[in-house]
Write a new protein. Structure first.
Length: 82
């Protein structure tokens, strides 16, 4: 037995026509949103260590500082002596 669609009430005002709105495309901006988004999913064990986004950002900034300091130390020690 086929189900019939329930009658959808026409909520548009009489002065508007569906054709006034042009062609509607589902997911028109989905790819752009995906490219511009920087959402990162954490594994459950990592997420337990960080209660919120502020904690994650603080830890990553600290890690960057350590990496930059380490890079500077390595660069200075491996340079040839004058």
């Amino acid at each position: 037995m086929k189900k019939t669609k329930a009658d959808v009430p026409d909520d548009l005002r009489p002065e508007y026509k569906r054709s006034d709105f042009g062609v509607m495309v589902r997911g028109k901006y989905a790819s752009r949103l995906k490219e511009e988004s920087n959402v990162v999913l954490l594994e459950p064990d990592v997420a337990k260590a960080f209660p919120n986004d502020e904690a994650v950002n603080k830890a990553l900034r600290y890690l960057l500082e350590i990496a930059e300091a380490s890079s500077r130390l390595t660069r200075h020690t491996s340079a040839p002596a004058p």
